[in-house]
Design a protein around this ligand. Structure first.
Ligand code: SF4
Length: 267
């Protein structure tokens, strides 16, 4: 089996949700405008580092979705997002704090790590480069709100960054957050991941995979208001047996019905 940070964190958050997604084949519908725009923007960033025209690439990529029926959050629209994206690209070029040498090799870097029992772990790093002259792993985020910067050191607890440090062996990590708002802003956040954190993440991966292999997927229905993870979980319709929610949020991988016997075993 090949595992990823997304799989591990989904199992930790709710094993039942993991089973729905990775065994039963229920995937969230890909219609969130913000998420799709984020992917288009990251493709444009790649063009910037390859010294191509990032604005043209953004228009081309995001243009594919101009007439698509996407879910826009309140206040967002296709036009508004493309303008925000262009402003952010211009600002990023002006600020000129990030370098990615040899972009073909150092953008979207695929790393594989062998695990016990013939398992593997895969991660795709957005970039390996330099922020303000410091070599680091870089994660792009396109978001509509700022990342919290207080208390100091908070970013060093980010599990995805710890994962990237663990698989690459690089202690310095950074998030470059492109904030879509009327006055575009870019946050450059840095953290250092310790050797102990990397070892701990490795143990977490191994114990989580052992639980997955044991085939137990109890539901962790989150804590109570206001941070109930079920409210934002794409699989809520399955847990509530609500057909309307299932159809609105999910699509099923072709052929996944063949694994429905797992549900019967579990019950
Ligand atoms: S709705 Fe809640 S219990 Fe059900 S899969 Fe999602 S997080 Fe788990």
């Amino acid at each position: 089996m090949i595992f990823s940070h997304t799989q591990i964190s989904q199992f930790i958050r709710c094993p039942r949700s993991y089973r729905y997604r990775y065994l039963d084949g229920w995937q969230e519908r890909d219609s969130r405008a913000a998420m799709i725009f984020g992917r288009c923007f990251e493709t444009a960033l790649g063009a910037y580092f390859r010294r191509e025209d990032p604005t043209a690439v953004l228009f081309k990529e995001w243009g594919l979705y101009r007439d698509a029926a996407l879910d826009y959050k309140r206040g967002d629209s296709w036009d508004r997002m493309v303008h925000q994206g262009v402003h952010l690209l211009e600002r990023f070029a002006q600020e000129n704090r990030v370098r990615v040498p040899r972009p073909k090799k150092n953008l979207q870097v695929k790393l594989l790590r062998s695990l016990p029992r013939d398992n593997q772990f895969v991660a795709y790093l957005d970039a390996i480069g330099e922020l303000d002259g410091t070599p680091c792993v870089i994660d792009w985020k396109v978001t509509s709100s700022r990342y919290p910067e207080e208390p100091e050191g908070l970013l060093s607890l980010d599990p995805q960054l710890i994962c990237y440090s663990w698989i690459s062996g690089i202690p310095e990590v950074a998030v470059v957050a492109f904030i879509r708002k009327s006055q575009p802003e870019i946050q450059y956040l840095k953290a250092t991941i310790t050797e102990d954190q990397r070892k701990e993440y490795g143990r977490l991966v191994e114990t989580t995979i052992a639980q997955i292999e044991a085939g137990e997927f109890p539901s962790h229905s989150g804590i109570r208001f206001p941070q109930n993870g079920c409210v934002s979980c794409a699989h809520l319709g399955l847990c509530l047996d609500n057909q309307r929610l299932i159809e609105a949020k999910l699509t099923r991988r072709p052929g996944a019905e063949d694994l429905d016997w797992l549900t019967e075993l579990d019950e």
